[in-house]
Design a protein around this ligand. Structure first.
Ligand code: HEC
Ligand code: HEC
Length: 305
């Protein structure tokens, strides 16, 4: 191979004289620059780097088409392969937890009563259930289901919907007033059409209901209540109609049962939203939570160990 065909040896010239200068040791041309006796070899840009750049550029074009790539405001181009690493990661995590908790799969079958009476299984599962509740539910329902204004207490054994783990699982699965088609629906209509004096009489009546016992029927406002409210809240506000309308006779309040809060409930109406979890938690996790939440409402020693 002669020197002139070696691509690395490009002709170069002394910028001052125009003559080629060749490095005597390597045989390469030099750029002609000389820094106190140190000269620079005139070598070509390595082809392999150019190829690597070209290939990565081509890959990026293909990747734009196949994979999620460009942001479009709130969305992004999804690519024709339909791969979503976020979903894959969640799926992977779910498999990991299912693996790590070999007992969890037992909760995916629906016989919650049988599961609940398996004391060994329950003892094993409750710490994980507690964490699941903290991660997903406590933001609204408070740690250990203590509730808060607008969010019902889950630890009092009083249920708006379904008072067994199966019914509770259904509430968790589909939610209440959620955007799921099978959601439970519970709406307290607004009574702002009603004369203010009547609303005040009702608010007084409702505020006095907790602990009133059978006397309630002789309280002022009782007739108005029977006429307008009992269809949903039951006679004397005892609730328990499996329609999501709370009892008004006990201490389990969602929004508050003092006169001014009841006035607000009457004028605005209420429509609390409990989200649906069916797409966010596995069937086993939902059943596990249903049993956990049910047990929160059980007196210690009974069912809870
Ligand atoms: C964004 C707030 C929010 C989150 C998060 C939430 N809930 Fe709820 N939940 C509510 C509201 C509000 C209600 C009451 C709806 C109503 O007013 O009818 C409710 C009601 C319920 C009920 C019905 C209570 C009854 O008396 O029948 C259960 C059971 C329940 N939630 C369990 C859970 C569990 C378990 C989780 C976690 C997976 C959870 N919730 C997460 C807001 C929430
Ligand atoms: C169509 C059924 C329906 C009727 C009629 C109705 N309610 Fe309600 N009420 C509900 C539902 C459902 C809730 C729970 C709403 C929620 O959780 O967001 C509720 C909630 C309430 C609450 C809040 C309870 C709490 O725990 O904070 C009060 C107070 C109340 N209703 C009083 C009344 C009074 C008084 C009347 C009659 C003037 C009345 N309701 C008529 C369905 C009804």
């Amino acid at each position: 191979m002669s020197d002139t065909t070696d691509p690395r040896k490009l002709p170069s010239a002394d910028p001052h004289t125009g003559n080629r200068r060749v490095d005597p040791i390597t045989g390469y041309d030099t750029t002609g620059h000389d820094w106190g006796g140190i000269t620079e070899l005139n070598t070509a840009f390595p082809k392999i780097v150019i190829w690597a750049l070209a290939l990565t550029f081509l890959y990026s074009l293909v990747a734009w088409i196949l994979l999620p790539a460009w942001p479009l405001g709130r969305d992004y181009t999804r690519g024709i392969l339909g791969l979503d690493q976020g979903e894959q990661a969640i799926e992977g995590l779910r498999e990991l937890t299912d693996d790590r908790l070999p007992w969890l799969s037992r909760f995916s079958d629906g016989d919650l009563r049988a599961l609940q009476s398996d004391a060994v299984l329950i003892r094993q599962a409750m710490p994980a259930a507690e964490r699941l509740f903290e991660d997903n539910c406590s933001a609204c329902h408070g740690a250990t289901g203590r509730g808060g204004p607008g969010f019902p207490v889950l630890a009092d054994g009083y249920w708006l919907w379904g008072d067994d783990p199966g019914g509770i699982a259904e509430t968790i699965r589909f939610g209440i007033n959620s955007d799921h088609a099978d959601a439970r629906i519970a709406e307290m209509p607004s009574f702002d059409w009603m004369a203010r004096a009547d609303r005040l009489a009702l608010a007084d009546y409702v505020a006095r209901l907790p602990g009133a016992g059978p006397v309630h029927s002789s309280l002022p406002g009782a007739a108005l209540f029977t006429e307008n409210c009992a269809a949903c809240h039951g006679d004397g506000g005892r609730g328990d109609l499996e329609a999501g309308a709370p009892s008004l006779t006990d201490d389990a309040v969602i929004y508050g049962q003092d006169r001014s809060t009841v006035m607000e409930t009457l004028s605005r109406g209420r429509r609390g939203v409990m989200p649906a979890w069916i797409d966010r938690l596995s069937a086993a996790e939902i059943n596990l939570l249903a049993i956990y939440v049910y047990r929160l409402g059980q007196p210690v020693g009974e069912g809870a160990q």
